[in-house]
Design a protein around this ligand. Structure first.
Ligand SMILES: *Cc1c(COP(=O)(O)O)cnc(C)c1O
Length: 371
């Protein structure tokens, strides 16, 4: 088959970050220079500004910049008072850090299966997993699609549980017209370079409209201090730095445009792909396609063939958390959809700079494998 990919030689990369930088180099370089010239590099004006703008974007009152998304979840759980002996309900079909953050607090993750169509937490299975030890529900807005939050929030209210959103893959996604992150008690974001909003290094943020939680989070990220050199609690060093905040504030202005581009790219895949299971955007959701994940027969073979044709794909995620070596003690649980899908899912190239020709090429290759 003729390779029609342009600009990238014969390779269609999974993601492409340097092209994006060159499209607004001047603005980013100015933001970086501002920070370097200011002589103030940690917890200064840029972080404060970006915390305001990002929290506002999410429909939350407070933003607390932290070192990464994992820390945002960890500190959010701690701020909610979760620790040893507690249980947190979440999914196994997620990135490792979701669950690591729970275990850091000493709490036990309780895994529930996923909705077979949405790939996010099956809200029908939450209540049967609630015990006297349950303190929180931690839904993950996986691949850019919000979890079904209304039932989650209702159950949480009924059982007095905290809701911590893992929104690390869903900057700008909406649930019934409201941005994710501002729906539960705390929303947690990562600004890892490949995320829908990413810096040029690590970064993260917790957003909340609860003043008390915001105050705790601010202490937790900065040695537990409320006033300089006066630690009220045993906190951590987990701060977003001025350089990343300055860069992210520039990039935030482009987020909606980039998400729209991801959505229109997803629409092209949707129209072209045959014989594979394509992502479903739920009626309550505005999906922002952090990842475009299909399910297909003979997945490993398809992935190998695509690689041979220069198309880079990934698997998110090949082994569910409850089956990973680092997380012992879950041998006896069974999560049918989570387990079955891990052998079928395949993430196709997806980023705002992907063009129609490239999507046609990838889709054509996949269609030809099933004919
Ligand atoms: C990226 C990611 C995280 C962790 O973010 P880091 O910034 O890498 O620590 C957590 N949860 C999910 C679902 C993610 O995709």
């Amino acid at each position: 088959m003729k390779n029609t990919a342009k600009n990238t030689g014969n390779i269609i990369p999974f993601t492409d970050l340097s092209g994006q930088y060159h499209s607004f180099k001047d603005e980013v370089d100015t933001a970086i220079k501002d920070v370097l010239d200011s002589g103030w590099y940690i917890l200064g004006k840029k972080v404060e500004q970006f915390e305001k703008s990002f929290a506002h974007y999410c429909g939350a009152e407070h933003g607390i910049g932290v070192a990464n998304g994992t820390d945002a979840i960890h500190l959010a759980l701690l701020a909610c008072g979760i620790g040893k002996g507690d249980e947190v309900i979440t999914v196994s079909n997620t990135a490792t850090p979701t669950v690591l953050a729970i275990t850091y607090t000493g709490a036990k993750p309780i895994f529930v299966d996923i909705d077979p169509e949405a790939y996010t937490i099956d809200v029908e299975k939450i209540e049967e997993n609630i015990t006297g030890k349950t303190k929180a529900v931690l839904p993950v807005h996986l691949y850019g699609q919000p979890a079904d939050m209304q039932p989650v929030l209702e159950i949480a209210q009924k059982y007095e549980l905290k809701v911590i959103e893992d929104a690390c893959q869903a900057h700008g996604a909406e649930y019934n017209g409201k941005k994710v992150g501002g729906l539960g008690d705390v929303g947690c974001f990562s600004f890892y370079p490949t995320k829908n909003l990413g810096g040029y290094g690590d970064g993260g943020m917790a957003v909340t409209s609860n003043e008390e939680l915001a105050e705790k989070l601010r202490m937790l990220r900065n040695y537990g201090m409320k006033k300089q050199y006066h630690s009220l609690i045993k906190g951590f060093n987990s701060r977003l730095d001025e350089l990343q905040a300055g860069i992210l504030d520039v990039k935030l202005k482009k987020l909606d445009e980039w998400n729209e581009k991801r959505r229109s790219n997803a629409k092209i895949y949707e129209e072209l792909l045959e014989n594979v299971v394509k992502p479903v955007e739920k009626s309550y959701a505005k999906h922002v396609y952090h990842l475009y994940v299909i399910r297909c027969k003979k997945r490993d073979e398809v992935q190998k063939n695509l690689a041979a044709s220069g198309v880079n794909t990934l698997i998110h995620y090949p082994v569910p958390i409850h089956r990973q070596e680092a997380f012992a003690g879950f041998k006896n649980i069974s999560l049918p959809f989570t387990e079955k899908y891990s052998g079928e899912i395949l993430s196709l190239p997806m980023h705002p700079d992907l063009d129609e020709e490239q999507i046609r090429h990838v889709s054509g290759l996949i269609n030809s494998m099933y004919s």
